[in-house]
Design a protein around this ligand. Structure first.
Ligand SMILES: NC(=O)c1ccc[n+]([C@@H]2O[C@H](COP(=O)([O-])OP(=O)(O)OC[C@H]3O[C@@H](n4cnc5c(N)ncnc54)[C@H](OP(=O)(O)O)[C@@H]3O)[C@@H](O)[C@H]2O)c1
Length: 337
């Protein structure tokens, strides 16, 4: 079968390779992968910036969906022909009461071989059935970006109708956050560097639109749109945006710290955080149970993930560059069909 491998660090080093077809052992399923979606992390991984100590060769990309083509002895959660997606964190079914310090060792696309392969084998524990109304490409967008946005706003954020939600940019996580906010009757305020992308966000139900390049002090604009401030900020910007995010919130509002697009370390003014009872919560993707809850909501609300562009497997480098250049709106995908 064909796979993409990272043999050396660098987007230009990504190459299609041949590997032996996997077989399903007891409790395992083999998935014929139909589509993969890209995350910002996949760019960092391929460049060696996520963890340069990872063992190579590595099959990149955490997120994919496909059809079960073989099941091993004792499998009860799936049958041949089922349409499934893999969980980003392997063997994390629910949230352990005392945490789980090893989850970063069990993520697909590094350190575990990822989904950019014609076939993958994994424990039946690590798959979920995908919503019927979604194509494989649409379903491939769910395991990381969608689940992270879902947990920020719903599981950990207790989103309610009428809430004001700030989403930063128009990439994978942020567009899902906008769609979940709209589905819950909340009011999403979208920040983008592009007025064209803001217009597209409006068509997805955005309540407010702010160009963060034209208005670098965008917290003031959020206050003007909301009165007392937002209830949630889905923080993908990191150190370059955190102070604005805190300022944009109402007293008691929540920042979900998810990404570091503008930097991971910087100066944070802690005073408004404690003086205004701001809640700062970290979000790292999610569990299989949460993935299944999210899929129920996606099915019920008929939410359609926004797919920006689909590339063939051999064009993985171009696809990652397209994403790194920030040209996309929503998710960039790879088709293996
Ligand atoms: N914690 C987790 O579990 C988790 C899960 C998924 C992703 N992440 C992280 O979250 C971040 C976003 O991931 P993604 O896959 O959604 O990325 P993505 O699809 O590449 O989205 C990037 C977009 O963010 C916007 N952006 C960039 N810099 C910004 C800034 N300073 N202020 C506001 N918006 C900015 C841009 O939107 P415009 O073009 O509209 O300006 C850009 O297109 C990454 O850091 C990623 O590693 C974390």
């Amino acid at each position: 079968m064909k796979v993409v491998e990272i043999k050396e660090w660098g987007l230009d080093k990504l190459a299609v390779a041949e590997r032996r077809d996997p077989e399903a052992g007891p409790g395992q399923v083999v998935i014929r992968v139909k589509a993969v979606s890209l995350n910002f992390r996949d760019i960092l991984m391929a460049k060696g910036q996520y963890n340069p100590k990872l063992k190579l060769p590595l099959v990149p990309c955490s997120d994919g969906a496909g059809e079960v083509m073989a099941v091993g002895a004792g499998v009860t959660r799936a049958k041949v022909g089922d349409r499934v997606a893999a969980t980003f964190i392997q063997d994390l079914i629910s949230r352990p009461e005392n945490g789980d310090e090893d989850i970063h060792k069990r993520t697909l696309g590094g350190p575990i071989d990822g989904m950019l392969a014609e076939r993958v084998v994994m424990s039946e524990r690590n798959i979920v059935q995908i919503p019927e109304h979604l194509s494989f490409t649409e379903a491939a967008t769910l395991p990381c970006a969608a689940l992270t946005a879902w947990n920020a706003l719903v599981t950990q954020g207790s989103l309610k109708a009428g809430d004001f939600v700030v989403v930063q940019g128009t990439g994978g996580v942020s567009i899902f956050a906008l769609q979940f906010a709209a589905a819950f009757g909340a009011r999403a305020i979208v920040l983008s560097s592009s007025n064209d992308k803001l217009e597209r966000a409006k068509s997805l139900g955005a309540f407010g639109l702010i160009n963060y390049k034209e208005k670098p002090e965008w917290a003031k604009e959020v206050k003007a749109l909301t009165g007392s401030g937002a209830d949630h900020v889905v923080e993908v910007g990191g150190s370059g945006t955190l102070n604005q995010s805190v300022r944009a919130l109402r007293s008691g509002g929540t920042v979900s710290s998810i990404g570091v697009l503008s930097g991971a370390a910087g100066e944070v003014d802690l005073r408004p955080i404690f003086m205004r009872n701001i809640r700062l919560q970290g979000v790292f993707v999610g569990t299989r149970d949460e993935f299944e809850s999210m899929n129920r909501a996606i099915s019920h609300k008929r939410i359609k993930p926004v797919v920006d562009k689909v590339f063939p497997m051999a064009e993985i480098r171009t696809a990652l560059e397209h994403m790194a250049d920030g040209k996309h709106f929503g998710k960039v995908c790879i088709s293996l069909e």
